[in-house]
Design a protein around this ligand. Structure first.
Ligand code: COA
Length: 282
Protein backbone atom coordinates (compact mmCIF):
# COMPACT_ATOMS: atom_id res chain seq x y z
CA UNK A 1 0.00 0.00 0.00
CA UNK A 2 1.41 3.44 -0.89
CA UNK A 3 0.90 5.88 1.94
CA UNK A 4 0.96 9.59 1.27
CA UNK A 5 4.37 11.13 1.83
CA UNK A 6 4.33 13.24 5.02
CA UNK A 7 5.15 16.66 3.53
CA UNK A 8 5.00 19.77 5.70
CA UNK A 9 5.67 23.50 5.30
CA UNK A 10 9.32 22.85 6.14
CA UNK A 11 9.88 19.53 4.36
CA UNK A 12 9.03 18.53 0.81
CA UNK A 13 9.39 15.08 -0.74
CA UNK A 14 9.77 14.61 -4.50
CA UNK A 15 9.57 11.06 -5.83
CA UNK A 16 11.88 10.45 -8.80
CA UNK A 17 11.73 7.07 -10.58
CA UNK A 18 14.91 5.00 -10.28
CA UNK A 19 14.66 3.91 -13.93
CA UNK A 20 12.69 4.87 -17.01
CA UNK A 21 10.33 1.89 -16.86
CA UNK A 22 9.52 2.92 -13.28
CA UNK A 23 9.34 -0.68 -12.07
CA UNK A 24 12.20 -0.16 -9.62
CA UNK A 25 10.43 2.32 -7.33
CA UNK A 26 11.64 5.78 -6.50
CA UNK A 27 14.33 7.97 -5.09
CA UNK A 28 12.83 10.24 -2.41
CA UNK A 29 14.40 13.68 -2.83
CA UNK A 30 13.74 15.25 0.57
CA UNK A 31 14.24 19.02 0.89
CA UNK A 32 14.46 20.88 4.19
CA UNK A 33 12.72 24.19 3.53
CA UNK A 34 13.61 27.12 5.76
CA UNK A 35 15.87 28.99 3.36
CA UNK A 36 15.41 32.35 5.12
CA UNK A 37 16.98 30.71 8.20
CA UNK A 38 19.54 28.74 6.19
CA UNK A 39 17.37 25.63 6.72
CA UNK A 40 18.19 25.62 10.45
CA UNK A 41 16.74 22.66 12.33
CA UNK A 42 13.84 23.87 14.45
CA UNK A 43 11.40 21.52 16.19
CA UNK A 44 9.10 21.48 13.18
CA UNK A 45 11.92 20.39 10.83
CA UNK A 46 13.02 17.72 13.28
CA UNK A 47 9.54 16.24 13.70
CA UNK A 48 8.96 16.39 9.92
CA UNK A 49 12.26 14.58 9.32
CA UNK A 50 11.29 11.89 11.80
CA UNK A 51 7.91 11.39 10.14
CA UNK A 52 9.65 11.21 6.75
CA UNK A 53 12.02 8.49 8.01
CA UNK A 54 9.11 6.45 9.42
CA UNK A 55 7.29 6.78 6.12
CA UNK A 56 10.33 5.79 4.03
CA UNK A 57 10.95 2.76 6.23
CA UNK A 58 7.33 1.63 5.87
CA UNK A 59 6.79 2.15 2.14
CA UNK A 60 8.02 -0.16 -0.61
CA UNK A 61 7.99 2.72 -3.06
CA UNK A 62 11.19 4.39 -1.86
CA UNK A 63 14.52 2.68 -2.48
CA UNK A 64 16.98 5.52 -1.80
CA UNK A 65 16.72 8.83 0.09
CA UNK A 66 18.52 11.97 -1.06
CA UNK A 67 18.42 14.72 1.54
CA UNK A 68 19.07 18.36 0.68
CA UNK A 69 18.38 21.96 1.70
CA UNK A 70 16.20 24.47 -0.13
CA UNK A 71 17.88 27.13 -2.26
CA UNK A 72 17.61 30.75 -1.07
CA UNK A 73 14.53 32.79 -1.94
CA UNK A 74 14.97 35.87 -4.10
CA UNK A 75 15.78 38.75 -1.69
CA UNK A 76 13.35 41.64 -1.19
CA UNK A 77 14.28 44.80 -3.11
CA UNK A 78 17.43 46.39 -1.74
CA UNK A 79 18.24 43.47 0.61
CA UNK A 80 21.20 41.14 0.22
CA UNK A 81 20.55 37.54 -0.85
CA UNK A 82 20.82 34.89 1.85
CA UNK A 83 23.60 32.39 1.25
CA UNK A 84 23.10 28.84 -0.01
CA UNK A 85 22.80 26.29 2.74
CA UNK A 86 22.30 22.59 3.23
CA UNK A 87 21.53 23.19 6.92
CA UNK A 88 23.25 25.82 9.12
CA UNK A 89 22.71 23.81 12.29
CA UNK A 90 20.20 23.49 15.08
CA UNK A 91 17.95 26.54 15.36
CA UNK A 92 19.89 28.56 17.91
CA UNK A 93 16.85 30.66 18.85
CA UNK A 94 15.28 27.53 20.38
CA UNK A 95 18.22 27.24 22.82
CA UNK A 96 17.32 30.44 24.63
CA UNK A 97 16.27 29.74 28.22
CA UNK A 98 16.55 25.96 27.78
CA UNK A 99 17.61 23.94 30.80
CA UNK A 100 19.42 20.61 30.96
CA UNK A 101 16.34 18.39 31.34
CA UNK A 102 14.44 20.01 28.46
CA UNK A 103 17.48 19.76 26.19
CA UNK A 104 17.98 16.13 27.12
CA UNK A 105 14.39 15.36 26.05
CA UNK A 106 14.77 17.42 22.86
CA UNK A 107 17.97 15.66 21.85
CA UNK A 108 16.97 12.09 22.83
CA UNK A 109 15.63 9.86 20.03
CA UNK A 110 16.01 12.79 17.68
CA UNK A 111 15.53 12.83 13.89
CA UNK A 112 19.26 12.54 13.19
CA UNK A 113 19.33 9.21 15.03
CA UNK A 114 16.17 8.13 13.17
CA UNK A 115 17.88 8.95 9.86
CA UNK A 116 20.99 7.04 10.95
CA UNK A 117 18.82 4.02 11.81
CA UNK A 118 16.99 3.99 8.47
CA UNK A 119 17.65 0.63 6.79
CA UNK A 120 17.58 2.11 3.27
CA UNK A 121 20.47 3.95 1.56
CA UNK A 122 20.72 7.70 2.24
CA UNK A 123 22.71 10.42 0.44
CA UNK A 124 23.26 13.99 1.66
CA UNK A 125 23.31 16.39 -1.30
CA UNK A 126 25.06 19.48 0.07
CA UNK A 127 25.05 22.85 -1.68
CA UNK A 128 26.25 25.52 0.73
CA UNK A 129 26.70 25.66 4.50
CA UNK A 130 26.58 22.34 6.37
CA UNK A 131 27.25 23.50 9.91
CA UNK A 132 26.62 22.00 13.32
CA UNK A 133 23.50 19.84 13.02
CA UNK A 134 23.77 20.22 9.22
CA UNK A 135 27.19 18.62 9.21
CA UNK A 136 25.81 15.99 11.59
CA UNK A 137 22.82 15.20 9.35
CA UNK A 138 25.28 14.77 6.49
CA UNK A 139 27.41 12.48 8.67
CA UNK A 140 24.36 10.36 9.50
CA UNK A 141 23.74 9.71 5.78
CA UNK A 142 25.54 6.88 4.01
CA UNK A 143 27.13 9.10 1.32
CA UNK A 144 27.80 12.81 1.05
CA UNK A 145 28.00 14.66 -2.26
CA UNK A 146 28.80 18.38 -2.20
CA UNK A 147 29.00 21.34 -4.52
CA UNK A 148 32.28 23.26 -4.73
CA UNK A 149 30.76 26.19 -2.82
CA UNK A 150 29.84 24.04 0.20
CA UNK A 151 31.41 24.63 3.60
CA UNK A 152 31.41 22.24 6.53
CA UNK A 153 31.96 22.93 10.19
CA UNK A 154 31.11 22.21 13.80
CA UNK A 155 30.93 25.74 15.26
CA UNK A 156 29.16 24.79 18.54
CA UNK A 157 32.27 25.76 20.52
CA UNK A 158 31.43 29.38 19.67
CA UNK A 159 28.13 28.93 21.54
CA UNK A 160 29.82 27.37 24.56
CA UNK A 161 28.68 23.94 23.39
CA UNK A 162 29.89 20.74 21.81
CA UNK A 163 28.00 18.99 18.99
CA UNK A 164 24.80 17.29 20.15
CA UNK A 165 23.68 15.33 17.08
CA UNK A 166 26.52 12.84 16.96
CA UNK A 167 29.54 14.65 15.43
CA UNK A 168 31.92 13.72 18.25
CA UNK A 169 31.31 10.10 17.25
CA UNK A 170 30.30 9.92 13.57
CA UNK A 171 32.63 12.66 12.33
CA UNK A 172 35.49 10.91 14.14
CA UNK A 173 34.69 7.71 12.28
CA UNK A 174 34.58 9.54 8.95
CA UNK A 175 37.60 11.84 9.14
CA UNK A 176 39.60 10.52 12.10
CA UNK A 177 40.41 11.63 15.62
CA UNK A 178 42.88 14.43 14.86
CA UNK A 179 40.80 16.27 12.28
CA UNK A 180 37.65 15.97 14.40
CA UNK A 181 39.51 17.45 17.37
CA UNK A 182 40.60 20.36 15.20
CA UNK A 183 37.14 20.99 13.74
CA UNK A 184 35.33 20.81 17.08
CA UNK A 185 37.97 22.73 19.06
CA UNK A 186 38.43 25.56 16.55
CA UNK A 187 34.87 25.72 15.23
CA UNK A 188 36.43 26.77 11.91
CA UNK A 189 34.80 25.84 8.61
CA UNK A 190 36.46 23.80 5.90
CA UNK A 191 35.71 24.11 2.19
CA UNK A 192 34.44 21.34 -0.08
CA UNK A 193 37.91 20.51 -1.42
CA UNK A 194 39.25 20.00 2.10
CA UNK A 195 36.12 18.01 3.06
CA UNK A 196 36.82 15.77 0.08
CA UNK A 197 40.53 15.49 0.89
CA UNK A 198 39.83 14.29 4.45
CA UNK A 199 37.07 11.88 3.42
CA UNK A 200 34.12 13.82 4.80
CA UNK A 201 32.47 13.92 1.37
CA UNK A 202 32.51 11.24 -1.31
CA UNK A 203 32.39 13.57 -4.31
CA UNK A 204 32.53 17.27 -5.13
CA UNK A 205 31.02 18.78 -8.28
CA UNK A 206 29.75 22.13 -9.50
CA UNK A 207 26.45 23.33 -8.06
CA UNK A 208 24.98 23.14 -11.58
CA UNK A 209 25.84 19.44 -11.82
CA UNK A 210 25.03 18.52 -8.23
CA UNK A 211 21.46 17.28 -8.65
CA UNK A 212 22.11 15.14 -11.75
CA UNK A 213 25.37 13.76 -10.37
CA UNK A 214 23.70 12.82 -7.08
CA UNK A 215 20.70 11.27 -8.82
CA UNK A 216 23.05 9.27 -11.04
CA UNK A 217 24.61 7.68 -7.96
CA UNK A 218 21.18 7.24 -6.34
CA UNK A 219 19.96 5.46 -9.49
CA UNK A 220 22.93 3.09 -9.48
CA UNK A 221 22.25 2.22 -5.83
CA UNK A 222 18.50 2.04 -6.42
CA UNK A 223 18.99 -0.53 -9.19
CA UNK A 224 20.51 -3.07 -6.76
CA UNK A 225 18.59 -5.55 -4.63
CA UNK A 226 17.10 -3.69 -1.64
CA UNK A 227 17.53 -6.89 0.38
CA UNK A 228 21.26 -7.05 -0.35
CA UNK A 229 21.71 -3.33 0.29
CA UNK A 230 20.01 -3.57 3.68
CA UNK A 231 22.37 -6.31 4.81
CA UNK A 232 25.37 -4.51 3.32
CA UNK A 233 24.54 -1.35 5.26
CA UNK A 234 23.92 -3.27 8.46
CA UNK A 235 27.23 -5.15 8.15
CA UNK A 236 29.31 -2.04 7.40
CA UNK A 237 27.64 -0.31 10.36
CA UNK A 238 28.62 -3.23 12.58
CA UNK A 239 32.28 -2.31 11.95
CA UNK A 240 31.70 0.84 14.05
CA UNK A 241 30.77 -1.17 17.15
CA UNK A 242 32.68 -4.44 16.78
CA UNK A 243 36.39 -5.28 16.95
CA UNK A 244 38.04 -6.65 13.77
CA UNK A 245 37.81 -10.33 14.68
CA UNK A 246 34.17 -10.07 15.77
CA UNK A 247 33.39 -7.91 12.73
CA UNK A 248 34.87 -10.40 10.27
CA UNK A 249 32.90 -13.21 11.96
CA UNK A 250 29.74 -11.11 11.68
CA UNK A 251 30.40 -10.46 7.98
CA UNK A 252 30.94 -14.19 7.37
CA UNK A 253 27.56 -14.93 9.00
CA UNK A 254 25.70 -12.34 6.93
CA UNK A 255 27.52 -13.35 3.73
CA UNK A 256 26.51 -16.98 4.28
CA UNK A 257 22.91 -16.02 5.12
CA UNK A 258 22.60 -14.23 1.76
CA UNK A 259 22.96 -17.63 0.07
CA UNK A 260 19.45 -18.31 1.37
CA UNK A 261 18.18 -15.31 -0.58
CA UNK A 262 16.62 -15.52 -4.00
CA UNK A 263 18.53 -12.42 -5.09
CA UNK A 264 21.89 -14.16 -4.68
CA UNK A 265 20.67 -16.89 -7.04
CA UNK A 266 19.26 -14.29 -9.44
CA UNK A 267 22.49 -12.24 -9.40
CA UNK A 268 24.83 -15.19 -9.97
CA UNK A 269 22.64 -16.67 -12.75
CA UNK A 270 22.32 -13.29 -14.45
CA UNK A 271 26.12 -12.94 -14.47
CA UNK A 272 26.60 -16.42 -15.90
CA UNK A 273 23.94 -15.86 -18.57
CA UNK A 274 25.20 -12.35 -19.38
CA UNK A 275 21.81 -10.85 -18.48
CA UNK A 276 20.72 -7.98 -16.26
CA UNK A 277 19.52 -9.28 -12.89
CA UNK A 278 15.79 -8.90 -12.24
CA UNK A 279 15.82 -8.74 -8.47
CA UNK A 280 13.09 -10.29 -6.37
CA UNK A 281 13.55 -7.56 -3.72
CA UNK A 282 13.23 -4.59 -6.00
N1 COA B 1 19.79 29.01 13.90
C1 COA B 1 18.88 29.97 13.71
N2 COA B 1 18.96 30.89 12.73
C2 COA B 1 20.01 30.81 11.90
C3 COA B 1 20.99 29.82 12.02
C4 COA B 1 20.86 28.88 13.07
N3 COA B 1 21.72 27.89 13.26
N4 COA B 1 21.92 30.02 11.06
C5 COA B 1 21.52 31.07 10.35
N5 COA B 1 20.36 31.57 10.85
C6 COA B 1 19.58 32.70 10.36
C7 COA B 1 20.21 34.03 10.75
O1 COA B 1 19.86 34.40 12.04
C8 COA B 1 19.61 34.93 9.69
O2 COA B 1 18.26 35.21 10.05
P1 COA B 1 17.66 36.72 9.81
O3 COA B 1 17.97 37.04 8.36
O4 COA B 1 16.21 36.58 10.10
O5 COA B 1 18.42 37.60 10.75
C9 COA B 1 19.55 34.04 8.46
O6 COA B 1 19.60 32.70 8.94
C10 COA B 1 20.72 34.25 7.51
O7 COA B 1 21.91 34.08 8.23
P2 COA B 1 23.03 35.19 8.34
O8 COA B 1 23.81 34.94 9.59
O9 COA B 1 22.47 36.56 8.16
O10 COA B 1 23.91 34.83 7.06
P3 COA B 1 25.45 35.14 6.85
O11 COA B 1 25.72 34.93 5.41
O12 COA B 1 25.83 36.46 7.42
O13 COA B 1 26.20 34.02 7.72
C11 COA B 1 26.52 31.80 8.61
C12 COA B 1 26.04 32.65 7.42
C13 COA B 1 26.21 30.35 8.27
C14 COA B 1 28.05 31.97 8.75
C15 COA B 1 25.83 32.24 9.91
O14 COA B 1 24.43 32.29 9.67
C16 COA B 1 26.07 31.33 11.07
O15 COA B 1 27.15 31.35 11.65
N6 COA B 1 25.04 30.54 11.50
C17 COA B 1 25.08 29.74 12.67
C18 COA B 1 25.88 28.49 12.46
C19 COA B 1 25.98 27.68 13.76
O16 COA B 1 26.54 28.12 14.73
N7 COA B 1 25.44 26.46 13.72
C20 COA B 1 25.48 25.55 14.83
C21 COA B 1 24.28 25.69 15.66
S1 COA B 1 24.33 24.60 17.07
Amino acid sequence: MVMDAPQTDVLSIELIPVNELEELGSIALVTIRRPDKLNALNSEVMSSLKAMVEWVEATDVVRVVVLTGAQPNAPPEGKRAKPNAFVAGADITEFVGMQKDEIRVKFTNNAVEALWDLSKPTIAMVDGFALGGGCEIACSCDLRIASERSRFGTPEVNLGLIPGYGATQRLTHLVGYGKTMEMIMTGEMIDAAEAHRIGLVNHVCTSEDLREFTLKIARIIGSKSSHTLRFGKQTIRASLDLGLTEGIAYEAEVFASLFDSKDQEIGVNAFLNRENPQWEHK
